[in-house]
Ligand binder design. Structure first.
Ligand code: ADP
Ligand code: ASP
Ligand code: MG
Length: 403
């Protein structure tokens, strides 16, 4: 008998037929003797639809009320799944995130989990019930409902797995696991049977939305193993865990992030403290900055460019324009027409020449590189958005198919 946490994403519970299918799967597993906590996302595109409803009232909705609104999506799924489980003759107990003991900070729309008090979950498991928990949400110290950032149900599942010391966390989705590129965009993408936390983390933060990056980060920190598999098709899926560097593919995957925007500040006084001022102001507002490039200063001025999530572009512009005025910079320009392509692999660490091969591949496709960043296991390039698809396919050919 195992203690298992399962998570079903939005596409797995998109309509009543799918909810019934998931309920049947859960009930069959329970009958085999396992104890189950099931985390669910909102049905299909519910979260996107709720966001556009709010934006019809006000373009920049207040974040506390937005969280209250978005949290309803997951609660609908919990209630319906519990009903379906009970209709198959098993007892279920449904919890909104805040009843499940998920305590967060107050950073609405991207709150961080501070602790989990799993006593209510454990109590219901003891009563032999299937516990169904709403993903993506928690409760702040001010007793308001918070959400955990897009894709946050993954984080709920991983965090609960850690808190109740479950044997395994199973993430069920609409593809068979983690692939060498998005299988819905690259037709020769290959399923990866085992992947390290580090590689998946880099993939997730480079646009491969198969797992939320914060969830992978949490799993890595607390060494929580998990598997990503398909809800509707059989297969072993992808096992995610700590793995040793071994001989093998240098690059394991290629990804694209089309939700980035570039912000450039021109003629910034080239003196100590300026970059600190700009980026700590953004940090305080919870804005994640990705790539940063500062050009070589001339006549006491330099230009700084960086990328943020496209949803943070306007907010970033407002903050940066204020600072630009204070420090006497010339102007701030925003550019949403970019994307970021990345190649990832732990094998890259001790292989020279990978960067050159990537840049040549893009150049041979007539694609101009605007920004570059590298880590031990990832190389990313910012290019024009219109070139993204071509870059993804060519890089996959170069590093995965032809290797
Ligand atoms: P869920 O609703 O189950 O949380 P998501 O839509 O968030 O599912 O994530 C699954 C999607 O991630 C897939 O449909 C696929 O298009 C996309 N994806 C992007 N990159 C990858 C990758 N490297 N491997 C697998 N899926 C990927
Ligand atoms: N429903 C939320 C979203 O669409 C959370 C999730 O699906 O994981 O982002
Ligand atoms: Mg998801």
């Amino acid at each position: 008998m195992a203690l298992v946490v399962q998570k079903y994403g939005g596409s797995s519970v998109a309509d009543i037929e799918k909810i019934k299918f998931v309920a049947k799967k859960v009930v069959d597993r329970k009958r085999k003797g396992d104890k189950l906590v099931v985390v669910v996302s909102a049905m299909g595109k519910t979260t996107d639809n709720l966001i556009s409803l709010a934006k019809k009232i006000i373009p920049n909705p207040p974040e506390k009320e937005l969280d209250l609104l978005l949290s309803t999506g997951e609660i609908v799924s919990v209630a319906l799944l519990c009903m379906a489980i009970e209709s198959y003759g098993q007892q279920a107990e449904g919890f909104p995130g805040y009843f499940a003991g998920i305590k967060t900070d107050t950073l609405h729309t991207k709150a961080r989990i501070q602790k989990i008090e799993p006593s209510k979950i454990l109590e219901q498991l003891k009563k032999d019930k299937i516990v169904v928990v709403a993903g993506f949400q928690g409760l702040s110290p001010e007793d308001s409902i918070t959400t955990l950032g897009r894709g946050g149900s993954d984080l709920t599942a991983i965090a609960i797995t850690g808190a109740i010391k479950a044997d395994i966390c199973e993430i069920y989705t609409d593809v068979k696991g983690v692939y060498s590129a998005d299988p819905n965009r690259v037709k020769n993408a290959k399923l990866i049977p085992i992947i390290s936390y580090d590689e998946l983390l880099e993939m997730a933060s480079s646009g491969a939305k198969v797992m939320q990056s914060r969830a992978v980060e949490f799993a890595k920190k607390y060494k929580i193993p998990f598997v990503v598999k398909s809800t509707f098709e059989d297969g072993e899926g992808t096992m995610v865990k700590e793995i040793e560097l071994k001989e093998g593919a240098v690059v394991s995957s290629v990804s694209i992030d089309e939700n980035q925007a570039k912000i450039s500040i021109f003629r910034v006084p080239d003196k100590p403290g300026i970059a600190g001022k700009i980026f700590s102001a953004l940090g305080q507002k919870g804005i994640n900055v990705d790539m940063i490039v500062q050009n070589v200063g001339r006549d006491g001025f330099a230009d700084i460019s960086f990328t943020v999530n496209i949803n943070d572009m306007e907010k970033t512009k407002d903050i940066v324009e204020k600072i630009a005025k204070e420090i006497g910079a010339e102007k701030v320009i925003t550019d949403p027409d970019i994307c970021k392509v990345s190649i990832i692999g732990i094998g890259m660490m001790n292989q020279p020449g990978v960067a050159g091969k990537m840049f040549n591949c893009l150049a041979n496709s007539g694609i101009n590189i605007e920004m570059i960043s590298t880590s031990e296991i990832k190389i990313s390039c910012v290019i024009r958005k219109k070139d993204g698809e071509k870059a993804l396919i060519q890089l996959h050919k170069e590093f995965i198919e032809n290797k």
